[in-house]
Write a protein that binds this ligand. Structure first.
Ligand code: NAD
Length: 255
């Protein structure tokens, strides 16, 4: 059966775990060759293996998205391996930390780390990807923001700042390249069952029940439910969609 991304190359940052792994598998299912980029080599290798076992094609690139030289090398390796870069899912990110700190108590070093990876990292990825997409005459970028990019959450000020920033740069970049055939959108997940949030549930008693109940659907999301939105936003089926920060959140921000 024909896939919606046959013959395309898709790059996924944070492809070694959670939402990024699920999106990598979904891109491959739709016929794309996948470049899995991560600092987590073991997780990235596992994603590549799963894609190959399912009959797809993928490579692993070690890249820290907060370093410009890594993001440039990541795009160069993608083009060297597969000849193009058509879809990019800029998804790598970290949580705001296991302990919740109110704004006045938040540590400056935590602020810098979260902003460097979750916000500057997304910009550095787009900065590296866009020249290649312009050369090819277009492309589709999807960034990972969050419900924390649309509403405030307490105890995690840097994460909220970074994700609101991702929502902002998604709109700004979409405006800049709309006439060049590059669409730029973001997904805004609610709480999703991934190692990132599971590690928070492990240390905060009652937190899982508390956040589940905050979603109108009454449950957490699965990584595959985000992956399907990412694949759609990356495909020609979304050809008139750009500059959109799409909640995929069981109704969380509709309340
Ligand atoms: N899980 C959720 O509830 C949720 C909700 C909203 C948004 N998000 C966002 O989704 C994205 C993916 O999170 P997840 O839940 O799948 O988490 P995860 O921890 O399962 O996966 C994140 C991946 O990113 C990688 N990574 C971290 N820092 C990196 C860096 N500097 N360079 C390259 N790779 C790096 C990690 O190694 C890991 O493989 C993040 O941006 C996160 O903020 C998650």
């Amino acid at each position: 059966m024909a896939g919606t991304l046959d013959g395309k190359t898709a790059l996924v940052t944070g492809g070694g775990s959670g939402i990024g792994r699920s999106a990598s598998l979904a891109y491959a299912r739709e016929g794309a060759r996948v470049v899995v980029a991560d600092v987590n080599v073991e997780g990235g290798e596992e994603t590549v293996l799963r894609i190959k076992e399912a009959g797809g094609d993928a490579i692993l690139v070690h890249a820290d998205v907060s370093k410009a030289e890594d993001t440039l090398a990541m795009v160069a390796q993608a083009v060297e391996a597969f000849g193009s870069l058509d879809c990019a899912f800029n998804n790598a990110g970290i949580s705001g930390g296991r302990d919740r700190h109110l704004t006045a108590d938040y540590l400056e070093e935590d602020w810098d780390r979260v902003i460097d990876i979750n916000l500057k990292g997304v910009w550095l990825c787009m900065k590296a990807e866009i020249p290649q997409m312009l050369k090819q005459g277009g492309g589709a970028i999807v960034n990972t923001a969050s419900i924390a990019g649309l509403v405030g959450l307490s105890g995690t000020v840097a994460y909220v700042a970074a994700k609101h920033g991702v929502a902002g740069i998604t709109k700004a970049t979409a405006m800049e390249y709309a006439k060049s055939g590059i669409r730029v959108n973001a997904v805004c997940p609610g709480y999703i069952q991934t190692p990132m949030v599971q590690s928070l549930f492990a240390v905060r008693e009652g937190f899982e029940e508390q956040v589940s109940s905050r979603h109108p659907v009454g449950r957490l999301g699965e990584p595959s439910e985000i992956a399907e939105a990412v694949v759609w936003l990356s495909s020609d089926a979304a050809s008139f969609v750009t500059g959109h920060n799409m909640p995929v959140d069981g109704g969380y921000v509709a309340q």
